[in-house]
Ligand binder design. Structure first.
Ligand code: OGA
Ligand code: MN
Length: 298
């Protein structure tokens, strides 16, 4: 058996950016007691996004570590190409592990999201109970491209102009279920012609983080968003202002992937996006997601 992780051996180094920290001295495939896990959980609360480099995880190991953060959530609704049985995920892991990849076998994708740029988003926030966390593990990645950005939504909220803070108090937003973060339509959804009819969960725009009790912006995704109770024009104008602020580079930090990196992000207080990448460079990642809690208005 591998050597058990020891709380004293773990050290956390912040990236120096708006969020994110590296966690050193951890072997995620080895046993971890409560004390060691608490070091990680506390670092996660403080830094929103954690990177564990040089890991060697199979799906059972990824699932076991993920479960430390809560119950596993099911994989998101696909776009049609995620149903294949030869994508490298074992039957027992299939409801929990989603393949994020641009790799094609027989001309067809084995995973989701391809080589596209992904817009800023929160994972699966179209669900009434959005995941609290996602864990994304790199099995293969190209030398360049596909960097993933993470943005600190506490800071985005705290730095809003006062008039905007007042304006959004008590307002909700609809989080579109019909498109994925690459803009592809999910199975079973029609094209949206009027965002006032967007299908998806309604959540408060300012949420209270259940662990840190801090306020943060919770925007989900821009496409097809709508603020119930406002006219279409007012909703669009307000969302544009909020997004222009939240997407500022000063709130973001970027991950350049290496094989063996596991990224853990807090879906409640961080959004993420991805640069596009070259289709000829193989990128293969496995992701889990953790059941969250109903979004508490701040
Ligand atoms: C995801 C996601 C980013 C990436 O898996 O939810 O947004 O870098 N992935 O592939
Ligand atoms: Mn995502």
């Amino acid at each position: 058996m591998r050597q058990e992780n020891n709380a004293e051996a773990i050290w956390v180094r912040p990236t120096g950016g708006a969020c994110g920290a590296d966690v050193h001295g951890v072997d995620l495939a080895a046993p971890m007691d409560e004390a060691a896990f608490k070091v990680i959980a506390d670092a996660w609360s403080a830094h929103l996004v954690l990177r564990f480099s040089g890991q060697r995880l199979d799906d059972d190991g990824l699932i076991a570590f993920s479960r430390r953060f809560g119950e596993l959530d099911r994989v998101p609704i696909g776009t049609g190409d995620l149903e294949r049985k030869d994508n490298g995920v074992a039957e027992h892991a299939r409801p929990w592990v989603v393949v994020i990849s641009n790799v094609k076998v027989g001309g067809k994708a084995i995973g989701g999201l391809g080589s596209y740029e992904l817009a800023w988003h929160t994972d699966m926030s179209y669900n009434p109970i959005p995941p609290r966390a996602s864990l994304l593990y790199a099995l293969e990645c190209p030398a360049m491209g596909g960097d993933t950005g993470f943005t600190n939504m506490y800071r985005a909220y705290e730095t809003l102009p006062e008039d905007l803070k007042r304006r959004i108090q008590g307002l909700d937003c609809i989080h579109d279920a019909s498109l994925n973060s690459a803009g592809e339509r999910r199975l079973g959804f029609q094209a949206i012609t009027d965002v006032r009819q967007t299908p998806g969960a309604v959540h408060p725009i300012v949420r209270l983080h259940p662990v840190t009790r801090r306020q943060c912006l919770f925007l989900g995704r821009r496409a097809n968003a709508y603020i119930p109770g406002l006219s279409l024009a007012d909703s669009e104008a307000l969302l544009d202002r909020l997004w222009a602020h939240a997407a500022k580079p000063e709130f973001a930090w970027y991950q350049r992937w290496r094989v063996g990196d596991l990224m853990l992000w807090d879906n409640r207080c961080a959004m993420h996006r991805r640069d596009s990448l070259d289709e000829t460079g193989r990128r293969l990642m496995h992701r889990t997601q953790i059941v969250g809690e109903a979004v508490e208005a701040a």
